[in-house]
Ligand binder design. Structure first.
Ligand code: MN
Ligand code: MN
Ligand code: MN
Length: 292
C-alpha cells in the first residue's frame, strides 16, 4: 500500500535516472516528480552524481527543491550494502575522487569476469555485456544475456549454474570498499549517510540490528524507514530500530522506471510519528509549513 504524503510537503529522497540504472533522464525524472506533487527530491544514482546538474536545472524550472544525493555500494561482513548519501557538497574534491574509485572498481570486476569467461570464445564479451547494460558497467545478469545470445547456454539459470554462479569462473565478488569508508566519504563531504532499504538485504532481525549498530558507530546518521514495496510490519520494525539506535528517519521510493504500480515518485507510506526526519538536519532544514 502506498499513500500520498502531505500535499504541502512531499519528500522523496531515493530515486534513479539514466545516469545509473533508471529509465528516465534526470530532467524527465524531475518533471515526473513535479507532476506527482513532489516538493523535495533527491536523485540518488548508483555510485555517480553525473545526473545532478541536469536534475538541478530541471528542478529550478519546476520549483522543486533538489537535495544532492547518491547511492553507494559497500561491503559489510562480505555482503553488498547500499548507503545513500544526502545533502553533501558535490564539489568536494575527495568525494569526487572516491566516486571515480568506485567506478574503476566496477569496471575492474566486469573486466575480470570477462577475462575468466574468455575460454568460451565469445568475441568482445565485455563490450557486448556492456551494451546489454545500456553502456554501463555490466554485472552478472548482463553477462548471462550475452551467453544466451551466443548460444552457449539456454537460459539465465543455466548461465549461472555453469559459469556465473557461486564458485564458478564468473563468480567475482564486487570490489566494494568496506562500509565505514563509504560512510566517511559522505560525512567528509558534509553529507548525511543513510542506510538504504534495510529490509532488502534479507538479514535476520538480529543481523539487521548488528548492521545498524555498526553503521551508526561508523558515523551513519539515518535509516530509510519508509520505502516502496514494504509492509507496514516492516516499517514498524524499522521505526523501532531507528528509535533504539537514535538515528534520523529517511524515506524514498527507490523509483527506477515508470509503470510499476508499487513504486511511484513521492508515493511512500507515511512514517510513524515520533521519529526525527532526516530533512530537519539538512543544511537548509526542510520544515513543515506553518498552518495558515
Ligand atoms: Mn538500481
Ligand atoms: Mn539500493
Ligand atoms: Mn536505489
Amino acid at each position: 500500500m502506498t499513500i500520498p504524503q502531505d500535499p504541502h510537503l512531499c519528500i522523496d529522497l531515493h530515486c534513479h535516472s539514466t545516469a545509473s540504472d533508471g529509465a528516465l533522464s534526470p530532467a524527465e525524472l524531475v518533471e515526473r516528480a513535479a507532476s506527482c506533487g513532489v516538493t523535495h527530491l533527491s536523485l540518488t544514482d548508483h555510485d555517480t552524481i553525473a545526473g545532478l546538474a541536469q536534475a538541478d536545472a530541471a528542478a529550478r524550472a519546476k520549483g522543486i527543491m533538489l537535495i544532492p544525493g547518491v547511492e553507494l555500494s559497500c561491503l559489510w561482513k562480505s555482503r553488498t550494502i547500499h548507503i545513500v548519501g544526502l545533502d553533501f557538497d558535490p564539489e568536494t574534491d575527495g568525494f569526487r575522487k572516491a566516486l571515480e574509485h568506485q567506478n574503476d572498481n566496477r569496471w575492474a570486476r566486469a573486466r575480470l569476469i570477462a577475462d575468466r569467461l574468455a575460454k568460451l570464445g565469445i568475441d568482445d564479451l565485455l563490450a557486448k555485456a556492456s551494451e546489454v547494460a545500456g553502456g554501463d558497467v555490466p554485472g552478472r545478469p548482463h553477462f548471462a544475456k550475452v551467453l544466451i545470445e551466443a548460444g552457449v547456454v539456454r537460459n539465465a539459470a543455466q548461465a549461472f549454474k555453469r559459469y556465473l554462479g557461486n564458485g564458478k569462473p564468473g563468480d567475482v565478488k564486487a570490489f566494494w570498499p568496506e562500509l565505514p569508508e563509504v560512510v566517511r566519504w559522505i560525512t567528509e563531504a558534509g553529507g548525511i549517510a543513510v542506510l538504504a532499504h534495510p529490509r532488502k538485504y534479507q538479514l535476520t532481525a538480529t543481523k539487521l540490528r548488528e548492521l545498524t549498530a555498526d553503521f551508526r558507530r561508523a558515523g551513519g546518521r539515518a535509516i530509510e524507514v519508509s520505502t516502496s514495496g514494504q509492509s507496514s510490519g516492516d516499517m514498524g520494525f524499522l521505526a523501532e530500530l531507528c528509535r533504539k539506535e537514535k538515528l534520523l528517519a529517511s524515506q524514498g521510493s527507490d523509483f527506477h522506471f515508470p509503470g510499476a504500480p508499487w513504486c511511484e515518485l513521492g508515493r511512500i507510506m507515511k512514517m510513524p510519528d515520533g521519529l526525527e526526519p532526516v530533512w530537519h538536519s539538512f543544511r537548509r532544514p526542510v520544515l513543515n509549513p506553518a498552518p495558515v
